[in-house]
Write a protein that binds this ligand. Structure first.
Ligand code: ADP
Ligand code: ZN
Ligand code: ZN
Length: 738
């Protein structure tokens, strides 16, 4: 008599906010070919069907077989998680105490989360035709310089995808024009595993390293087959990127892949084009400017091993890689590496985790290292490399302070600053004015009764967006029309209060009517390709005045900007967030790095009501490093991170008493080596109609912190208030303001 072969039992991760795996039966008929770890299966969950990831395959189960549900089907594609990625993601879930199903969900490209299977084609790449002559080229260069630039790039780099070209600021029209003239053509990219060829290195673009750079490259090369973490602490323009490029050579030559994490690619097209010009190898991108299909293509090419270099933002750290040999995190201090909702991971920190697991080197680079990283470098846990000079003979921009308490201000600009802007423009150079507040005005109010239009759900003023004729709450996103009259007294004298970038653009344009001003912030660059377009216009000197938010502080280099003005730094000097000064200093130094080049040194002017403030003085007179070392001593004395370790519990509910009571119960338990601070109302106590409270758990060691968080989540969170609140835990919180 034939015996039915037994079923298998699968433990799977399901995208639900629960910290557990779920067990399903896999009937034998579905087990050919044998089910593998990391595979996707479709299972019933409640009334839905969901895509789940197989994390364990058992012969037996602790549950009664009759009570278990059955796997409906297997997704028979080849896009499973590798063992390496499985273990990495499990460690991420453990470290952040985050529901494992959600971790896997976020690591999976959107199209693979769906039950319906995506049809993915291979990407098309563009190539320059061999037959293009120098004369052809000269003809284009005259009439269409951008097309000529595109052609040059395609000649240097055999085969670029549309996503790469888009990210670099080219458009379809330019591509079509060249194709029509038969200067370029498209073909499907090969899927074969990347193999290095001598010709892949564009020797002519390679620079002779300075002594400082050479030492760093050779140190990294010596350690390329083991885990090692390197901080390159070097001012903007000191040649960090050149070090990355040369450190990558041997890795690529050994047919290994390189993963590069950057804060935002759209802002650093120059970095991307440096990579493209140096290495004639398949480069894949992963960032929010791409659509789901394009991101899935990157995922697949990286997994198959046909991509040699993957460049992406935060979540690119979850890319499956066939044979990863090196990770680079550029601008490692950048706040965008920390995800600020649901799965609150830090891209840099888990990049280090992944490098350690793979036993490969990782390079962190910054002109303003985060205090966490700097402390690890100073204490010898990381290899500490410094680049002290700007490469070539460019000088660093000088920072000076303007005491605005002593001056008449017009639209937020002091007389001194206006004069400096004017002088810059008259010399034919560009000026960048920096204000970290988008919109037209941060509030509107009634001139008669002083009523302020507050968002009902957040108790904070609406921001006026004049261009859209809307009031928008920057905290919850709600929008409404501008009221024609005051609802409180009926007056029609309703006016904007304060100034944002939109208004600044208008006022500056009026002050300097003979020059063109451009605003670069999240509002003005929402459209795909818009940012690249504006940046190009700036480089082409179509605009002389740039107005922007902190978006402009990142990566991008403006060679003809010789004056950077920062309208207001005072907020950071008196913040209750202990990281505010660190962030202010990073911002100041980063912004000043945007300015000037060899022939035209840059200048940075900072307006403040407190120019004598010791933090500002230290930073400006002694530089970031000195400032940072000093501030680290203060952190050590106060036992703040990086000298202690924190977890932040956030709770919210429709009534203020619930989150408070919930967190209070949590705070009443003692954990070894740990202390609680709070509960306290969040800096923004009310947001989107919810009342929010914070509780901080602080420990002297990471181990103690993790033990305590584990205990708390598994044994104490289940109190009488839990069902009345929504709560989350944030390990190594970066932003305590909300
Ligand atoms: P960072 O990444 O630190 O901002 P980059 O690597 O982009 O610095 O270098 C800044 C500028 O200096 C670039 O224009 C680059 O071409 C140039 N540069 C870098 N290293 C060298 C070198 N060894 N010799 C000459 N120029 C260099
Ligand atoms: Zn009124
Ligand atoms: Zn709101």
């Amino acid at each position: 008599m034939a015996v039915n072969p037994p079923d298998k039992y699968l433990q799977v991760a399901i995208p639900v906010p629960m910290r557990q795996l779920f067990t399903y039966k896999l009937p034998e008929k579905l087990n050919t070919p044998s089910v593998q770890l990391g595979e996707r299966v479709i299972v019933p969950f409640g009334s839905r069907q969901v895509v789940a990831i197989v994390l364990a395959i058992d012969e037996e189960s602790e549950y009664e077989a009759e009570k278990l549900k059955t796997v409906l089907s297997r997704v028979n594609d080849n896009y499973s998680f590798s063992a390496e990625l499985l273990s990495f993601l499990q460690r991420c879930a453990d470290y952040y105490h985050h529901p494992i199903g959600d971790v896997f969900q976020q690591a999976l490209p959107v199209l693979l989360r769906q039950i319906k299977q995506p049809d993915v084609e291979l990407p098309q790449i563009w190539l320059a035709n061999e037959s293009v002559s120098d004369n052809d080229y000269k003809a284009i260069e005259k009439r269409a310089p951008k097309q000529a630039e595109l052609l040059t790039l395609l000649k240097q780099h055999q085969g670029m995808t549309w996503s790469e070209l888009l990210t670099l600021g080219f458009n379809k029209a330019q591509l079509n024009a060249l194709e029509k003239k038969q200067y370029i053509n498209a073909k499907t990219r090969d899927v074969k595993v990347f193999a290095w060829q001598e010709s892949a290195l564009q020797q002519e673009n390679r620079l002779a390293l300075s002594a400082e750079q050479a030492v760093i490259v050779s140190t990294i090369k010596e350690m390329q087959r083991q885990f090692s973490c390197h901080l390159i602490d070097g001012i903007t323009g000191s040649g960090k990127t050149e070090v990355y490029l040369q450190a990558m050579e041997q890795i690529l030559a050994a047919n290994k892949q390189v993963l590069v994490l950057v804060p935002e690619i759209g802002l650093t097209p120059q970095t991307l084009s440096r990579f493209e010009q140096r290495f004639n190898v398949p480069i894949c991108l992963h960032h929010s400017g791409l659509n789901d299909k394009e991101r899935l293509q990157t995922w697949l090419e990286a997994q198959r091993g046909s991509a040699a270099i993957v460049i992406g933002t935060r979540s690119a750290i979850f890319t499956p890689l066939h044979d990863l040999g090196l990770i680079i995190v550029d601008e490692e201090h950048d706040a965008s590496f920390k995800q600020q909702d649901s799965f609150r991971y830090h891209g840099r920190d888990i990049a280090i985790l992944r490098a350690r697991q793979l036993n490969i080197p990782i390079i962190l680079g910054s002109a303003t290292p985060s205090f966490e990283t700097l402390q690890n470098a100073l204490s010898g846990r990381y290899h500490y490399h410094q680049l002290k000079k700007r490469a070539g003979n460019a000088s660093t921009a000088k920072i000076s302070l303007i005491d605005v308490a002593q001056q008449q201000m017009e639209h937020g600009l002091s007389g001194t600053l206006k004069q400096a802007i004017k002088n810059t423009l008259v010399r034919g150079e560009q000026a960048l004015v920096f204000l970290n507040r988008r919109g037209y005005a941060p509030a509107i109010n009634c001139q008669e009764c002083h009523w302020i239009d507050d968002c009902q759900r957040c108790d904070k003023p609406y921001t006026l967006h004049q261009g859209q004729r809307l009031l928008i709450c920057h905290h919850c996103g709600s929008q409404k029309r501008i009221p024609p009259q005051c609802p409180s007294c009926g007056s029609v004298r309703i006016k904007p209060m304060g100034q944002g970038t939109e208004q600044l653009e208008e006022k500056i344009s009026a002050l300097f009517p003979e020059y063109s001003a451009v605003r670069i912030d999240r509002d003005s660059t929402r459209k795909k390709g818009e940012l690249a377009k504006l940046l190009q216009q700036v480089n082409d000197k179509e605009h002389q005045l740039l107005i922007g938010t902190q978006m402009l502080a990142k990566g991008h280099h403006f060679p003809d900007v010789t004056l950077v003005a920062i309208l207001d730094v005072d907020g950071a000097l008196f913040s209750y967030d202990f990281r505010a000064a660190e962030h202010m200093a990073q911002l100041l130094v980063q912004v000043s790095g945007r300015a000037g080049r060899a022939s035209k040194p840059g200048k940075v002017m900072v307006q403040s009501n407190f120019p004598d403030h010791p933090l500002l003085q230290d930073l400006i007179n002694n530089g970031y490093q000195h400032f940072a070392k000093h501030a680290l001593i203060e952190r050590q004395q106060a036992l703040l991170p990086p000298f202690s370790f924190q977890a932040l519990f956030r709770a919210e509910a429709n009534y203020p008493s619930y989150p408070e009571k919930f967190l209070r119960v949590l705070s009443e338990v003692n954990y070894d080596g740990c202390q609680f601070a709070g509960p306290v109302p969040a800096a923004m106590e009310k947001k989107a109609g919810k009342f929010r409270y914070h509780l901080i758990l602080q420990a002297k060691s990471r181990k103690q912190l993790h033990q305590a968080v584990f205990q708390l989540i598994h044994h104490h969170a289940n109190n009488e208030w839990q069902s009345k609140v929504r709560w989350t835990v944030d390990i190594d919180p970066m932003d305590l303001s909300w």
